[in-house]
Design a protein around this ligand. Structure first.
Ligand code: PGA
Length: 256
């Protein structure tokens, strides 16, 4: 069985005081919830204090980006080894904002994913189509290119989580319907099976992201190929994030 993962992408939000309040709320609210992995991805400057704040809890921590080189003259960037030093175990790579606002390509992401996994982090690799690509019937082709260009035998599946995030659903309040999401997740799982092998594809977690909220998380997470959520806006409020974690825990309980 795939353990559901609920990941919160804080993006460029939260001062230190606000972050401490949020993480305390999550920690206290999680109580006895089991069967679900919880990952917080704060902005890079908060990684050290948040590592301290989650110490001794099951909460995992990831970064939102990493540079592909080990070190050098790359002003403003952070290497995988630096992220590891903070206590981060995961890194989001290929988020649509990195692709569309900062111009990251599949070729760059192939290097970043390899740097992350060979440096000992788990990559949460994001794929997803724009509205125009969906409306012109290219969803599968875009997602396939994003996966095939970046994954391969030298990217160990045990260091990988996939997130399907349709770009048109991110921060827009428009969520893919559970059926629309499930359809792409099935397709992605098939591709992972062909890039790796069937059992590996079956074992990989595929998260859904794009306007996941407490109200829609139960329906999304009950789809057979949706193994968790990558949450933006709703992860900034402890009660909302906890409700989505609760949906993941219910899903895990129902499946066991
Ligand atoms: P959203 O963001 O939940 O605010 O749509 C999701 C994401 O960007 O990962």
């Amino acid at each position: 069985m795939r353990t559901p993962m609920i990941a919160g992408n804080w993006k460029m939000h939260k001062t230190l005081a606000e972050a401490r309040e949020l993480v305390t709320g999550i920690r206290e609210g999680m109580g006895e919830m089991t069967g679900v992995e919880v990952l917080i991805c704060p902005p890079v400057y908060l990684l050290f204090p948040m590592a301290k704040a989650i110490a001794g809890t099951p909460i995992l921590m990831g970064a939102q980006n990493a540079h592909e080189e080990a070190q050098g003259a790359f002003t403003g960037e952070t290497s995988v080894a630096m992220l590891k030093d903070t206590g981060a175990t995961h890194v989001i790579l290929g988020h649509s904002e990195r692709r569309h606002v900062f111009g990251e390509t599949n070729a760059t992401l192939a290097k970043k994913v390899r740097a992350a996994v060979s440096g000992g982090l788990c990559a949460v690799y994001c794929v997803g189509e724009t509205l125009e690509e969906r409306e012109s019937g290219r969803t599968q082709a875009v997602v396939e290119a994003q996966l095939r260009a970046v994954l391969g035998a030298d990217v160990p599946a045990e260091r990988l989580v996939i997130a399907y995030e349709p770009v048109w659903a991110i921060g827009t309040g428009k969520t893919a319907t559970p059926d629309q999401a499930q359809e792409v997740h099935t397709f992605v799982r098939g591709l992972l099976g062909s890039i790796y092998d069937g059992p590996t594809g079956d074992g990989l977690r595929i998260l859904y992201g794009g306007s996941v909220k407490p109200a829609n998380s139960g329906d999304l997470l009950s789809q057979p190929d949706i193994d968790g959520a990558l949450v933006g806006g709703a992860c900034l409020v402890a009660a909302d994030f906890l409700a989505i974690i609760g949906a993941g825990a219910s899903q895990a309980a129902a499946a066991s």
